[in-house]
Design a protein around this ligand. Structure first.
Ligand SMILES: *[C@@H]1O[C@H](CO)[C@@H](O)[C@H](O)[C@H]1NC(C)=O
Ligand SMILES: *[C@@H]1O[C@H](CO)[C@@H](O)[C@H](O)[C@H]1NC(C)=O
Ligand SMILES: *[C@@H]1O[C@H](CO)[C@@H](O)[C@H](O)[C@H]1NC(C)=O
Ligand SMILES: *[C@@H]1O[C@H](CO)[C@@H](O)[C@H](O)[C@H]1NC(C)=O
Ligand SMILES: *[C@@H]1O[C@H](CO)[C@@H](O)[C@H](O)[C@H]1NC(C)=O
Ligand SMILES: *[C@@H]1O[C@H](CO)[C@@H](O)[C@H](O)[C@H]1NC(C)=O
Ligand SMILES: *[C@@H]1O[C@H](CO)[C@@H](O)[C@H](O)[C@H]1NC(C)=O
Ligand SMILES: *[C@@H]1O[C@H](CO)[C@@H](O)[C@H](O)[C@H]1NC(C)=O
Ligand SMILES: *[C@@H]1O[C@H](CO)[C@@H](O)[C@H](O)[C@H]1NC(C)=O
Length: 668
């Protein structure tokens, strides 16, 4: 009887191969479960639609808003519930909702959509309240939530329709909300409370919009023009400016100034500083513009360095593209302050949005009140002349679109749609700072990505929820180093990094995670932030290229097989960015009748007598594992015959001069 003997030898550096033509940038290196990443899930029987989150870092609690429920969870460990209270719809509201023809099962509930903490420490919560938006004051003391009895009017602060996308931001305790102002959801506006300055109710201001994000930018003293603080609104809407037979949506960014108090009639209590522009995230594969789904504002230094990170998806369901584009604040401001306007050109029955080529009134329409305006005696927006006001009332749209940084997306990916994004900042071992992007998807996962010299690396994809449970809300707490995500059914918590899951030096270093490094002394993958400056530790990190890791000792595994059998050689892949190449006696082999490649493993079908002799099989994942297969007549012969033990050559010359066909020197 013939035996097949397999010796599997593992050692460190092997030959590096990778397929350049594959779009590696959009493949996550690893797919990891939440628990493996040190995360937790919170779920509560009967509670759903988690859609509002508030961090109270000083008290160590996370306040959650869900359907008819407010929860207080331990910020460090969300599985620990501190308190839970109900805010239910009253029978009369419920009846009214029913009589107005709304769906009892889905719509006539109180969906908590906004939670804010005032400077005095009290909280403010708003809910849809069965199509009758309302707000209440809330407090958290001694581990208990208390909702005040008094109900406050929530019109314009919270949507009527729970299915409507809605955004809000408290800026110095003033509420800026972008939502519907009426029951039917026709009058859409961005409004400031309590002074109720709002947008003009006209299609040229908002045309069936979906509000996506609202961000404030504080300039403080760092502003040479004496310009105002600003509020940026991101949304998508039906385009008015294209000749199109089909409904075409576009992404937009609009801006209003904080000290805008509205104009004089007919712009009384209307923003005089509302300007909007198209937001481009160009993708060659699609003709229709991509639609924005979420935005995150990241400011690495003073406000002039602020960057908006936006995630987009294609508007046709056929093309499942998602993209990430970034926009510098100054590129947006330049379009508003220097760009041309669009205007509606009417000629008989025919009307079309075209570039406005005439003289612009002075002061420039839509500008914040700055030193220049003050010099002209215009100290407040209600001093603005009629010409400026009427111009902006009719022409809030800029002619030029805002282009992304580098004129193209940072990341383009097929598959599950992007739904949300947050960005964390970290310092690597070499002192460089990196922005780590966490992108939520429609299939319940989060992608963790870093941009190295304009090449995106998706370090991992962490599955937080079930595949049919989209990530609806994503927040991060820099103080805790934790990420929090909400879906309709659950809430998840996850640390920015879980380095200990990498068990080998190569795996740890090749992850290119700026949070992690390999400690040569303790032989473990550790968080860079855990290294104290007074400690002397030897840590390896290689973000832009793979750094050297010490060679791993040889391991031999001997297996015996019989002719006619099927032999499976495992080649454990620690990364989905690895491409395996199998070689037999140093010749690459094809996936054919005899050799079958499966997820990195090699299946040798029907080994036979003719395979007798020495064979050396190698699998070459990048810097991964090398496997040798020995096929021989007997076990004794196999034991006698050393081969493929390339590691015995310790220098390059030694290795090369051996002229051993099984061996090669890896320069890395
Ligand atoms: C590679 O991707 C597949 C499919 O997404 C996944 O199941 C697998 O776990 C990934 N491999 C690693 C090492 O993460
Ligand atoms: C609430 O969650 C359920 C799933 O649990 C979902 O079907 C429903 O659409 C959600 N409602 C809203 C208003 O988002
Ligand atoms: C979080 O809480 C769970 C359940 O009580 C517990 O098993 C886990 O160890 C806790 N984790 C931490 C980091 O405290
Ligand atoms: C709030 O309402 C509850 C029940 O209706 C009542 O017991 C309580 O006294 C009220 N609290 C205040 C401060 O009015
Ligand atoms: C937004 O406003 C808050 C104060 O309400 C301020 O702390 C924060 O820095 C502002 N954000 C930016 C990006 O300027
Ligand atoms: C903001 O920072 C940049 C570089 O850090 C500097 O050049 C610029 O003058 C600063 N701007 C203001 C308004 O302070
Ligand atoms: C980001 O990190 C860099 C370097 O660590 C630091 O200079 C900068 O202040 C950080 N920015 C923020 C917003 O934390
Ligand atoms: C404009 O429309 C009206 C009514 O639709 C029509 O009677 C008229 O002939 C049209 N005029 C032109 C120039 O097309
Ligand atoms: C395996 O190979 C032997 C000899 O080459 C041949 O006789 C036999 O039919 C093969 N079996 C299969 C299942 O292909």
């Amino acid at each position: 009887m013939l035996f097949l003997l397999i010796i599997l030898s593992f050692w460190g550096p092997a030959v590096f191969t990778s397929a350049q033509n594959l779009p590696l940038f959009s493949t996550p290196r690893k797919t990891v479960s939440l628990s493996r990443n040190g995360g937790y899930i919170f779920q509560e029987e009967g509670v759903r639609n988690y859609s509002a989150m508030l961090f109270m870092e000083d008290m160590g609690v996370l306040i959650l808003g869900a359907r008819e429920t407010i929860l207080a969870l331990d910020l460090a460990n969300i599985t620990h519930k501190k308190d839970m209270i109900k805010w239910e719809v009253t029978p009369d509201k419920w009846n009214t909702c029913l009589h107005k023809g709304r769906n009892l099962q889905t719509e006539c509930w109180n969906y908590i959509r906004a939670i804010h903490r005032w400077k005095d420490g009290r909280m403010y919560v708003c809910g849809t309240n069965a199509f009758s938006p309302a707000c209440k004051h809330l407090s958290y003391t001694n581990g208990e939530l208390t909702l005040e009895n008094k109900t406050l009017n929530g019109y314009g602060k919270c949507p009527f329709d729970p299915f409507q996308r809605y955004v809000y931001e408290f800026f110095d305790d003033e509420l800026y909300s972008a939502t519907s102002m009426d029951f039917l959801g026709r009058d859409m506006a961005i409004m400031r409370h309590p002074d109720r300055i709002r947008t003009v109710d006209s299609d040229s201001w908002f045309n069936d919009p979906t509000f996506i994000g609202i961000k404030n930018v504080t300039k403080g003293m760092e502003n040479p023009d004496g310009d105002d603080d600003e509020i940026y609104l991101f949304f998508s809407e039906t385009a008015v400016e294209y000749d199109s037979y089909v409904k075409l949506d576009v992404s937009r960014v609009a801006r209003v100034c904080k000290r805008d108090v509205g104009g004089v009639m007919p712009m009384h209590k209307r923003w005089t500083s509302f300007l909007k522009a198209q937001l481009d995230c160009p993708v060659l594969q699609t003709k229709l513009p991509l639609i924005i789904k979420d935005v995150f504002l990241f400011c690495p230094g003073n406000w002039t360095t602020c960057v908006f990170y936006g995630v987009f998806t294609s508007q046709s369901d056929m093309l499942q593209f998602s993209a990430l584009c970034t926009y510098r604040i100054n590129d947006i401001r330049k379009v508003y302050s220097e760009g041309k306007f669009k205007t509606l050109h009417i000629d008989g029955n025919f009307s079309k949005w075209m570039t406005y080529l005439g003289e612009l009134p002075d002061p420039r329409p839509g500008a914040c009140i700055n030193d220049d305006a003050r010099q002209k005696g215009i100290f407040r927006s209600n001093y603005l002349p009629d010409e400026t006001l009427l111009f902006i009332r009719d022409n809030p749209l800029m002619d030029q679109a805002v282009k992304p940084s580098y004129k193209q997306p940072l990341l383009l990916k097929k598959g599950a749609a992007f739904t949300s994004i947050v960005v964390a900042n970290t310092t690597a071992l070499d002192g460089t700072s990196h922005q780590v992007m966490f992108i939520g998807t429609a299939s319940g996962s989060v992608l963790k990505a870093v941009n190295y010299d304009r090449k995106m690396v998706i370090i991992e994809e962490v599955q937080l929820f079930n595949h049919n449970e989209p990530v609806k809300i994503l927040r991060l707490s820099t103080a805790m180093g934790l990420l929090y995500a909400g879906s309709e059914e659950a809430v998840a918590q996850m640390p920015f990094c879980a380095c200990s899951k990498y068990t080998s030096c190569t795996d740890c270093v090749l992850a290119r995670d700026p949070y992690c490094g390999w400690d040569l002394v303790s032989k473990s993958c550790i968080a860079i932030s855990n290294i104290h400056s007074d400690e002397h530790r030897e840590v390896v990190q290689g973000l832009k290229d793979a750094t050297r890791c010490p060679a791993v000792e040889n391991t031999k595994i001997i297996k015996i097989f019989y002719p006619g059998q099927m032999v499976s050689l495992p080649c454990q892949l620690e990364s989905n960015l690895s491409r395996v190449q199998w070689r037999v006696n140093d010749q690459p082999i094809e996936n054919d009748k005899k050799y079958n490649f499966q997820h990195g493993s090699l299946l040798i079908l029907n080994v036979s007598d003719t395979d007798k002799g020495w064979r050396c099989f190698g699998c070459f994942p990048p810097r991964g594992i090398f496997l040798g297969l020995l096929y021989a007549g007997s076990e004794e012969a196999a034991a006698q015959m050393p081969f493929c033990e390339c590691s015995k050559y310790t220098s390059c010359t030694d290795c090369v001069l051996a002229r051993d066909p099984y061996c090669g020197w890896d320069h890395n």
